[in-house]
Design a protein around this ligand. Structure first.
Ligand code: DUC
Ligand code: ZN
Ligand code: ZN
Ligand code: ZN
Length: 485
């Protein structure tokens, strides 16, 4: 097979930066070094070479709130490649009747259109014997993460009883639970209260899901994970209340991971106060954008390591779909886009401002999640033997983000008008040029499923050491037996 050599670039890894050539043979990185020779030369002078972005949180073609999210695996992964992301992890939602394996089959079918590599998280949206029995079979299929919604009452939400049972099952089978942490009962009450008071616009969406409901749910999920003896991954950490819970747990030695979204790092709740209904509704997602003061904490957490991953929760709905909630904010489909913009916006607002180093950027967009999901160093690294998923990053290239030029299928972009500096010049996916200078070259169906092994038992440790065997009951007798006993 013809080989490729990328020359003249600086490799940015999570732990260091250095000048070297990269030799690619087929799907894999074959060698890293000086003056390497190959059949095809790719000039990366002045550019950085970074492991392809991994977005661990997408909802492509997902049935939700009476409709389907508009980006499917075709358009969604085209957007990903244009933004330097070479792998997505999408959420499989079991239907009301169907089991986990049926749903998984459906998602494999949808993902047949993917242009990037992909994996799945399995959602646990109820609890019964079928789910209990099917969970290990899901792990056998290469999926070691299970998502739990603590919100969306009456639809996806699970209660504490169900969550504890599922977390214990995860512990048994070497899987890791994920949570969408919001107190769904309180949200449902607040929604009804706001509607009854005549608050039916998009701004009420934010009032119905204050940071406190996220903080409470995060604390609760951490406690339940600790009692079940599993690590925990908290998706879309949007506020200080939730971050604080994670930080405290980690200080106590718990393996709890936190994932802020690029949207929450950059956009704030003022977006919902826009007088244009469409503008505000397009930004409705859960958790909602927060008061600006939360953003400094999230950025600091990424630098300090109390938060590990930046994702998108890409769940794109058109303006027409958003208008389902014209008279009732609780019916506005929740979700925003971001797959194409995550890396450029994070680079611009994070690296160029000095909040993150280039190495930290690589850690939070690729390497950390590869390790958490147990696919490192196949993914998340530029190392001999790794998949040749590489972004050739031009740190000086600029553009203004606009829906007019995006690959996503929706008619707007929540980052519209933001000028970014730092863009992929080329994206390689398993050795193939998948994106170059504005054009997606990877074809529909080029993506492959990435199997993930179960976690080793060592990663299941708790805050406090707990006996792995059943605790022994202590036999006691009274010191002075009463007479006649
Ligand atoms: N939040 C969203 O905004 N969309 C999809 C699901 C979710 O939790
Ligand atoms: Zn969520
Ligand atoms: Zn989500
Ligand atoms: Zn395997």
């Amino acid at each position: 097979m013809a080989t490729k050599v990328i020359k003249g670039g600086t490799i940015i890894a999570a732990d260091r930066s250095y000048r070297a050539d990269v030799l690619i043979d087929g799907d894999k990185i074959a060698a890293i070094g000086d003056d390497l020779a190959g059949d095809e030369i790719i000039d990366a002078t002045g550019c950085y070479l970074m492991p392809g972005g991994i977005d661990p949180h997408t909802h492509l073609q997902m049935p939700f709130m009476g409709t389907y999210s508009s980006d499917d695996f075709d358009t969604g992964t085209a957007a990903a490649l244009a933004g330097g992301t070479t792998m997505v992890v999408d959420f499989v939602l079991p239907g009301a009747e169907g089991g986990l394996l049926d749903a998984l089959q459906e998602w494999f079918q949808k993902a047949g259109k993917a242009r990037t590599d992909y994996s799945f998280h399995m959602a646990i949206t109820g609890w019964n014997k079928q789910i209990f029995d099917e969970m290990p079979k899901v792990v056998e299929r290469g999926i070691n993460t299970f998502k739990h919604f603590m919100a969306y009452k009456g639809a996806l939400m699970v209660n504490d009883d169900e969550m504890f049972a599922s977390f214990q099952r995860c512990a048994e089978i070497g899987a890791m639970p994920l949570v969408h942490a919001e107190n769904g009962d309180v949200v449902a009450h607040l929604q009804q209260k706001l509607l009854a008071e005549g608050n039916n616009g998009p701004e009420a969406h934010a009032y119905s899901r204050p940071p406190e409901v996220e903080g409470e749910a995060t604390n609760r999920a951490i406690m339940i994970a600790d009692q079940a003896g599993v690590p925990l991954y908290v998706v879309h950490v949007s506020c200080e209340e939730s971050h604080e819970a994670i930080r405290r747990a980690r200080q106590k030695g718990m393996r709890v991971f936190g994932e802020p979204l690029i949207q929450h790092l950059v956009l704030d709740e003022n977006e919902y106060k826009n007088e244009n209904w469409d503008y505000a509704a397009r930004r409705v997602m859960s958790p909602p954008f927060r008061d600006k003061r939360h953003q400094d904490g999230l950025w600091a957490g990424l630098a300090a390591g109390s938060l590990q991953v930046v994702a998108t929760d890409h769940c794109a709905f058109t303006t027409e779909q958003k208008r389902f909630g014209l008279n009732d904010f609780t019916k506005i489909p929740n979700g925003t886009g971001g797959l194409e913009d995550r890396l450029p916006v994070l680079w611009t607002k994070g690296v160029r401002t000095g909040r993150l180093t280039p190495n930290e950027f690589v850690a939070v967009t690729s390497t950390n999640i590869a390790r958490i999901l147990n696919i490192y160093p196949k993914k998340g690294a530029i190392l001999p033997g790794s998949d040749a998923d590489i972004v050739i990053w031009d740190p000086e290239a600029t553009k203004t983000i606009s829906a007019k030029t995006q690959k996503s299928a929706i008619d707007y972009n929540v980052f519209e008008g933001i000028e970014v500096t730092g863009l992929p010049r080329m994206t390689l996916s398993r050795g193939r040029i998948a994106y170059r200078n504005g054009e997606v070259l990877a074809q529909t169906g080029d993506g492959r499923f990435v199997e993930r092994e179960p976690h080793a038992p060592v990663s299941r440790a708790l805050s406090t050491w707990k006996e792995l065997v059943a605790p022994r009951k202590v036999e006691r007798k009274l010191e002075h037996m009463p007479a006649g006993v």
